[in-house]
Write a protein that binds this ligand. Sequence first.
Ligand code: PHE
Length: 341
Amino acid sequence: MIEALNAIRDEALRRLAELGADAPEAEIRDLRARYLGREGSLSVAMRGMGKLPASERPEIGRLANEVKGAIEEAFETAQGALAARERAQSLASERVDVTLPGRTPAIGRVHPLTQTAERATEIFVGLGFSVAEGPDVETDYNNFEALNIPRDHPARELQDTFYVADDIVLRTHTSPVQIRTMKQRKPPLRVIAPGTVYRRDDDVTHSPMFLQIEGFMVDEKVTFGDLKGVLTAFLQEMFDKGTRLRFRPSYFPFVEPGAEVDIECFLCRAKGCRVCKGTAWIEILGAGMIHPEVFRAVGYDPAACSGFAFGMGIERIAMLRYGVNDIRHFYENDQNFLEQF
Ligand code: PHE
């Protein structure tokens, strides 16, 4: 038995050595199974130990374990060497260029229209205004009637819109937020209302869906001078410290007097260019003193209060601010365009 075990060890080690350093993994594994596998010669020999006399068993058992350990170790060494060779080979053939620039993840940014609305909001908040909101889907009453635009008023023609039902529209301006706010609160009020509005309009400078900021102030003795002061402060902050304003008489049914406000063209320094169409002035917003009929509609006493209101398009301001010549750029989600802001 002793000789048999020694012979098995010698044979296993010899044949493993014969396989040589370049033997593929599968051959090493097969050879290992021939000795150590369940039907391998060492396993078979060890099973035969049961037949030995009890006195010989401890010594033979010890030797059998020694032989097993020696064979296992030899195969582990051979397999380890093979794995190390393979790793060295793959390291030598695969190249990683650590000098290549990394891939920077693309980070989004705030849309230029949102930036413009946020900047405008910031300026008005600095002037003591607070922010109010209203729904895009509005009653005909809040959007028109309460703003002194009755059913058959020709002013409706200019603000044709999408009707959700007979008396429900997509709001054509942010002015209905005046109505909502005044119905809920009492003066003094200093409020701005940024939001989306809708009209039947579509060309290079008009979109059927666009953004406005409404602003209004109501107190006991608000004057046109207050309106001028607030708008001058705002527009000079938004565009240029030296910007001059021009108020042209105009008509909006919900204000009296009403005005359209222009700023001096900051692109050509009021010499006349393509943007100001040679006039040196750029129309920027509508404004006026809140009409007594509007106060009556919300339950205020027109004799006891006064106020101003104004409304402007965010796209128009953004186009001027950034020199964008087509309003549709803002809605196309073109990365090359948006990346510039
Ligand atoms: N709501 C008007 C418009 O969209 C603008 C405006 C607001 C004019 C407030 C005067 C006062 O055309």
